[in-house]
Design a protein around this ligand. Sequence first.
Ligand code: MF3
Ligand code: CO
Ligand code: CO
Length: 344
Amino acid sequence: FWPNSPPAKFPPKTRSNHGLPAAASVNAKAPDLPGAFHLNRRDPAAYFAETIFALNIWTIARPAVESHVQHRSVQDSNPQLLAVSEPSYLTAALRKAGALVSKCLDALTDIVKPGVPTSEIDEFVRKFAFDHGAYPATLMYRGYRHSTCTSINHVVCHGMPDDKPLREGDIVNIDVTYILDGWHGDSSRMYPVGQIKRAAERLMEVTYECLMRGITAVRPGARTGAIGEAIQTYAEAERCTVVRDFCGHGLGRVFHDRPNILHYGEPGEGTVLEPGMLFTIEPMINLGKPHVKILADGWTAVTRDRELSAQFEHAVGVTETGCEIFTVSPAGYHFPPYDIRAAA
Ligand code: MF3
Ligand code: CO
Ligand code: CO
């Protein structure tokens, strides 16, 4: 399914590695998500709240989802891929989880405004999940204690919601993952906050186009490297760069599973795609250099040069003929400006 018209421009062949290792030599190190968190013993109220979190006593308990395989890191070269034995059942489950995430992302369109703190967005995402019988997969995931990631401006990913209000001119990625009936839906979009600069708008356009070009590379027999190549080629032709430190991932009953989906590389690299494979594509594209660093909180990833970064994410499945997107916006809010696109 292709929500918008297919790409028109063809990028040049020159691509660079910015002094970083080639995808083949990295060969899909799983994203190493740091998870340590510390109890605050000086503030009794915070200590109580954090203990509640630590004991996982929440409105709805976090569902057990294949925890024995959830956090292993996986070599992309391992041929033992997520084997889909019951495709129709799987597809139905993934469609349901994906559709709920997309519905939530649609609803956020009216909520993201100057002055709104990201904690309010987080609260909305959590309530929306519970109201629909779902659970936010990031809540209590490896010590993460929010229902969404809100990555503003130079934040590449895993931005933590807080009480700071969004400001006119910000661009923010909101990343929602829900567990519904034991299956994961994972998607993210960029949201402009009020009027934004043209450079920010262009970065969002390039990033969305990168995601959609990556998706068109998905078909049985192709390798995951073809997805990365499609993304990298376009991003660099548009004078943007591809973040190497985070990748897309298999998902289903497990949040972060095989295969790793690198957003750069060559068509001959990576895993051969087969019908039934389920994974995300979630390119993080920068206006400046591709390099990132993780802040002291152990989560927030920012660009080293503090230039803008953007990301869009879809959950997809390989079909006999190509691929299915599980997280298409029901309202037609594919990329900003959402009001204009939806009306068109
Ligand atoms: N939703 C993110 C992804 O696309 C993962 C967030 S994990 C968290 O894979 F713990 F940082 F929330
Ligand atoms: Co996500
Ligand atoms: Co993801």
